[in-house]
Design a protein. Structure first.
Length: 232
């Protein structure tokens, strides 16, 4: 009597990312590109116009960052820092097995990905804060530059450029990691961040999604804080 092969685990499409987190992710990408393009074009014709675009982009990024920090505390399960920031040892252990082909059963960020998110947010925050205090030795300066003096503003302007290069390198590393997961493990990390959904074993506990109304209120508060800083 032949034995029947064990059935494969049933996979179901589950919602793992809320719309607010996905919107933050892709808007941050667009604003980073806009900031780079605008500061590049600010060295040429219509410099004042492009510098204004650059500053507006940075102030908008400030609103997004404030939103993400608040959302990391009150938002959906997969968006909360407490759920995906684990010990560095767990992250290193995870990376040791990156070449192992195995099903993708991760609900949100994996142990290493969580730390990459924290690193990128920290660099974005440093980039925005230094930009708020920077000046271009011309007619344009960040809204906080006048409060710290020219010498400090010049130093932070220099740091602004250095941090940008570090941020660009971190983004490249992030993209390389995504490609690596696809090539070595066949894990598609991009699709869930677009659709919000992922096919996971039926026994997986579906993460709790926060209310869109809470996301809207959080965004309004964050925007108000950014506007307040811009008008200082």
């Amino acid at each position: 009597m032949s034995l029947r092969p064990a059935p494969r685990s049933i996979l179901l499409s589950m919602r793992v990312w809320d719309g607010a987190t996905r919107l933050f992710h892709w808007l941050a990408v667009l604003l980073f590109v806009l900031s780079y393009v605008s500061i590049t074009l600010a060295d040429g014709k219509d410099a004042l116009f492009w510098m204004r675009i650059h500053i507006t982009s940075g102030e908008t990024m400030l609103a997004l960052l404030v939103f993400r920090l608040i959302w990391g505390v009150v938002g959906s399960d997969t968006s909360r820092f407490a759920r995906f920031v684990v010990s560095p040892l767990r992250a290193l252990t995870h990376l040791r097995h990156i070449a192992r082909r195995e099903p993708d059963t991760q609900i949100g960020h994996n142990a290493a990905g969580g730390w990459m998110v924290v690193f990128l947010l920290a660099l974005l925050a440093a980039q925005v804060v230094t930009g708020l205090c920077a000046n271009d030795d011309g007619s344009t300066e960040g809204p906080l530059a006048k409060y710290i003096g020219k010498a400090a503003s010049d130093a932070l302007s220099n740091a602004h450029g250095i941090i940008f290069n570090a941020l660009a390198a971190a983004i490249v590393l992030h993209i390389v990691a995504i490609i690596t997961y696809w090539l070595l493990k066949r894990h598609n990390l991009v699709r869930p961040m677009i659709t919000g959904r992922k096919r996971l074993p039926a026994a997986t506990r579906v993460p709790r999604m926060a209310s869109p109304l809470l996301a809207a209120v959080t965004l309004l508060v964050s925007a108000a804080i950014a506007v307040g800083v811009a008008l200082l």
